[in-house]
Design a protein around this ligand. Sequence first.
Ligand SMILES: C[S@@+](CC[C@H](N)C(=O)[O-])C[C@H]1O[C@@H](n2cnc3c(N)ncnc32)[C@H](O)[C@@H]1O
Length: 583
Amino acid sequence: MSPEVLDALLQWAASFSVVIPEELRFVYTNLKGIICICEKDVDNPHIKIPPEIVISRTLPIKFFKLDETTANINGWLKMLLAKIRFDKDNDTIVDNISVNKKFKPYLDALPSRLNSPLIWNPSELNRLSSTNLGNSIHEKFGSIFKEWFELVSSSDIFDLEKVVDDIEIYHKLNETAYETLYEKVLKNTELQTPTIWYSFPAFLWSHLIFTSRAFPEYVVDNNCPENSIVLLPIIDLLNHDYRSKVQWYPENGWFCYEKMGSVSQSEELCNNYGGKGNEELLSGYGFVLEDNIFDSVALKIKLPLGVISTILEREPTLKLPVLSDYTTFAFENRDCDQQGTDNARSVKDYLDGITYFINTQNKESLEPLLELFTYLSKTEEETLHVLRARFEGIQMLRTALESKLQNIIEPPADDASYTIDPYRLYCADIYTKSQKQILKDAVARLKRLEKTMLSENKHLLLTMNKIFKNDPAFVETELPSLFSNEDDEEVVFESTYDLLILWILMKMRSHSFPAKYQWVGQQYSDFKNTAYISDDSKAFHAQYFGKQDNVELEQVDRAIQFVIANSFTRASSISAETILVRK
Ligand SMILES: C[S@@+](CC[C@H](N)C(=O)[O-])C[C@H]1O[C@@H](n2cnc3c(N)ncnc32)[C@H](O)[C@@H]1O
C-alpha cells in the first residue's frame, strides 16, 4: 500500500472530525497490514468516530429499498459494500449522496490481499487437508454461496444472465473440482478483479472484509437487531491482541474505542477481537497467533438422536453444550440477547452433532467431554459417579483423542502447480502444530487423571497381576485342571480379559475365592445377566472349552457379561489390561 493511500484515509477521517490522539501514528507493514504505533507514552488512548462514517444496515435498507424486517440484512450490507467497491460505472446514491465517492479513501485503504483459507489456492489449501479447518472449508464455502444465491435470486435488480456462470457453479458445487472453483471464482476474489458487482467473487470479497473487520452493531446501538453488524472505519485499523484491555462504548451517537491503561512509546495499540482460537482467527481473519492461550480443538460428537433426547430428559447434570456457550466476546456489557444459555435445549440443537472445544490452558475444558464419555460407558444401572464407568469413560475419550491426533497427518504430496505463499504456509503450520499439541496435552491430562484415580482407588481394583500373586491355587492347580484333557497342546490366553473370565468361572465352580476377593463372589451372585447369548460368548466357549464338555456355554456367557459390566480395559500402545472394579 502506498503512503498516499494511508494519508488520504487519515485526511478523510480528519474531515469527519474523527478523534485520534496525536501520539498515535498509523503505518503500513508487510506482515500485519496497517498497524497503529504509539510515538510517545500515552494514558488510556481513545479513538472516536462519528455516526456518518459507520457503514451499517441503514445504507442497504435505503439503497435496496428494504424493510427493517427483511431477512438477512447483513447479506444486503455485504452486497452494498461489493457495489461501492466494484461498480465502477455507476454511483451508489443514498440520501442524494454518492456512497462510493464518500467512502473512496476507506475503500482504497482496505487490504489488497486477504488471507482466509476460503480463497487459498489448491496447493495452499492442501496444507490443511487433514485438519478441522481443511475439512470444514467446503461446507463454509457452500453456505456463503447459498447466501449469495438467495440474495441475487430474491430481487429483480440483478440481471441473473450476467452471473449465470456463478449460478451454474453454485448448483454443481459438490461435483466441482477445487481447481476449477479456484480458477473460475476464487482467483477473482483474491485478485479483487470482479467485473460484475453482484457476482459471487465480489460477494465473497465483501464477506471476507466483514468477517475480518466487522463489529457487532450493539456496540453503537443497544436496540439493534440481533447479530447485526457494522464497519467502523479507522477503529478497524487496529490489530488484535487478546491481552489488550479495551472498552467500546457509544457516546452521543459516536463510537468510542478506549485502551485501558497506558501504552508505552513504540508499542502497538491494539484492539481485542475476543478470546479466539487460531481456527477462528485463520478462517475469519487470515492470521494465527503463536502461543495463543485461547487456541482450541473442536471435537464434534455425533450421537443417535434417541441418546441425546434421553440425556436431555434424564441427566440434568450432564450439560450438552451448544456453539453459543463457547462464543467469546471482547467485552462483557452486551445488551443484545445473543446467547440465551439458560434456554431449554432440545434435540434439534444437536442435529449436526455436539461440538466440544478443548483448550490446554483451561483445565476444565475436558470435563464436559469426560462426563459425556462416562455417560456413554455406563451400564443402565450405573450412575455418572460410578468408578468403573468413569475409568471406562477416560479410556474411551483417550482413544477418541488419540485417533483424532493420528488423523492429522502430513499434507499429501502436491503436484506444486500453484505457488504456496510463505505467510499462508506459516499460518497453516502454526495452526496444525497447535491443534496437535492441544490434543497431545489433553491425552497427557487424561493419563495423569487415570493414574491418580488408579492410585487413590487401589483397594477397589483387581488386576490379573494381583490374582497371580494372591491366588496360587488358581495358577498352580485350578487353571491347569481346566485344560487337563488338551492333549499337551499349549493353551494360549489371549488377554487379561480372557483370564479374568476364566478365573471367575473357576472360582465359582470350586467356591474358592481367596478371602480378600470374596467381594467378587458377592458381586457375581448379585449380578443379573441377560438371557441372550452373544456370538462372542460362543466364540470364547469354542476357543477354550471346545474339546471338553464340563463347562456350559451359559456359565461362560454369564461370566463374560459379568466381566464386561464390572471392569474396564486400560489400553496402551503395546498392551491392554482388564481390571475388575469393586462396587
Ligand atoms: C480489523 S483489520 C486490522 C487492520 C489491518 N491490519 C489492515 O491493514 O487493515 C484485521 C486484519 O488485520 C490483520 N491482523 C489483525 N491482528 C493481527 C495480528 N495480531 N497478527 C497479524 N495480523 C493481524 C489480519 O490481516 C486481519 O484480517
